[in-house]
Design a protein around this ligand. Sequence first.
Ligand code: C2E
Ligand code: CA
Ligand code: CA
Length: 550
Amino acid sequence: MGDKRQLTFDEIKEKFPDALKNGNIYVCYQAQINHVTGRLAGAEALMRWEDPDHGPQYPADFIPFLEQADLIFKADLFVFREVCALQNYCRNRNIPLVPISVNMSRYDIYNNNQYVEEIEKIRREYGIPVDMLRIEITESSAIGGTKLITSVLEHLHQIGYVVEMDDFGAGYSSLNILKDLNVDIIKLDMNFLNGEIGGRGGTIISSMVQMTKWLNTPVIAEGVETLEQADYMSSIGCYYIQGYLYSKPIKRTEFLELAGKYDHEPQYSGKGLLNDIDSGKFWNPDSMETLLFNNFVGPAAIFTYENGKIEFMRVNTKFVKEIGAEAVDKTALNIGLEQMDETGSKIYEQTIKKAIETREEEECETWIDVSSRCCGDDRLCIRSHMRLIGTAGDQYIFYVRIRNITAERLQYIYLEDNEKKFRMAIEQNNAFAWEYDIATKKMRPCSRCRRELGLPEVLENYPEPMIENGFFPAESADMYRRWHKELAEGKDHLEAIIPLTEDRIPFIVRYTAEFDEAGRPYKAYGSATEVKGYNMAWHKSNSSNNDKGK
Ligand code: C2E
Ligand code: CA
Ligand code: CA
C-alpha cells in the first residue's frame, strides 16, 4: 500500500526495532577493484532499508536520523554482524572472499566507548580473522578533538584492524587530519570533482594522491563512474576503484556471484613502498606537491640513506623554522650524521635500519649541532619520526617528521641534575628532607623519604599524617604542630632534637623558611638528621628548652 516517501524521524525511531528483525534493514556490498590488475581487492558494506509501506529509504536520509535517535550504534553492530556472518559462510564452504569494510559512525565513539569491545565480541563469536574486516572512519570523527578517535584508532590497530579514512578530500584540512590520524588506507571521493578531471580539480586530486604516497598510504578512489575517471586515477597512482563503473552496491547473493567471477587481489600487507619516487614532480620545487608539503604538514623532510650516509633532499619551511635556522634551505639540508655526536648518529642509523626492517614509523631523539648566521653555533635536541617511503637501487628514501624538543630536554636535564645534587647532599648527610608549602599545608618529601618511609609524592594537611602514623611520637606532636603555626606567622628558622619513629631515634629537625617578595612566608624547607650517640632520656627532661627560634 502506502506512498513512496521518506520516513520521518518519529517513524524511523518507531520502526527501527522491527525493521532490524524483519529484514527490512539489510546490507549491500560494493566491490573494490584494482583497476590495473582487474582483481577484486575488497568490498564495502552499506546499509539498506526497504520500508514495506513507504519503499526504499536512503542512507543519506536515515543515517542522520539513526544518529540523532541514538540507534546508529545498534545499526552499525548489525552491519558488522552481517559481514562476519558472510565471511563465516564463505569460510565454511571454502569460498575465497576479500576483506570487507564497515562504516563506523562518529556517534559510535561519541556516545559509546564500547564500539571496539562490541565488534570484537562479534568477530570472536564467528572466529573471523581480523584482516578480513576493515573499519571506515570519516574525517568528521575527529571533530571536537582527535583524542577520542586517536585512542579508538590505536585500539583497533592493536587488535590488527586496517582502518580506512572515508571521504578524504572533502576539504584541504584533510591533509592536517592525516598527520594526526594514522590511518592505513585513504578513500578519495570522486564526487567532489563533479565529474571534472584534469584542470584544477585534477591537479588537487593528483597532488593528494602524491601526498598520500609520501605518507605511504594506499588510496581507493570512490564514486568512480566512468572508465575515463578510472584510467585517470590509476595514471596518477591510485589503482583501487570503488564505483558504479565496476559495480553498484548489491545484495549478498549477487555479491557472492560477482566475487566468484573475479580473481582476488593478494591481501594488503602493511604499507607499500614506492619505487618511482624520484620521477617527475616529487622533486620539483614549483609543483603542487611542494606547495602542499610546505603548507599542510608539520616540520618534515625527505632524506635518503645509502651506504651509511644520509642526505636531506627536501625540507619544508616548517622544518627550517623548527630547527631555528634562517630560511636558507642549505642550512637545513646540511644535517647529516656528521652533525650528530657519536651516540646520536648511532641512534639515528639504528632507527633508520629499524624502519627499513619494520616498514613502520620509527622514532628517535638525537642532538645535532647547527650553525646559523643569527645565532651562531647551537645544539638542538630533535625528535624524529621516520618512515621508509621508497627505494631506488641501494638508496632508501625516508619521510621524516621532526620536533625540536631542546627546551624540554634542557629543562629535564636541569631538573634531573638538581635533583641528583640535592639527593646526594642529603644522603651524604644522612638526612631526610622535605618541602612544606605554608599556605596549602602540603608537604613534598624527598626521594629518600619516599623510598625508605614509603611516603607518597605529596602529603596533605601536614604534619597530621606523620603524627597519625606514629613517625612523630605523640609527646612531640603538639610542639611540632606549633612549629607549623609559627612558620605561618613568619618564623624563619626552627630547630630541635626530636625522637622519631617507633624506635624513638633522636633526629635533629630543622626548618628554614622562604618568603615571597611581599615578605610573606610561603615555603619552608625541612630536614631531619639522625644524631648518633645522643641520649634521649636526657633530652626528654630538657625538651622544653630545645625549641630555639632565631
Ligand atoms: P559512503 O561511506 O561514502 O559510501 C559510499 C556511497 O557512495 C554509497 O552511498 C554508495 O552507494 C555511493 N556510491 C558508490 N559508487 C558510486 C558511484 O559510482 N557514483 C555515485 N554517485 N555514488 C556512488 P550510500 O549507500 O547511499 O551511502 C551513503 C552514506 O551513508 C555512506 O557514504 C555512509 O556515510 C553512510 N552509510 C551507509 N551505510 C552505513 C552503515 O552501515 N553505517 C554507517 N554509520 N553509515 C553508513
Ligand atoms: Ca564508507
Ligand atoms: Ca566515502
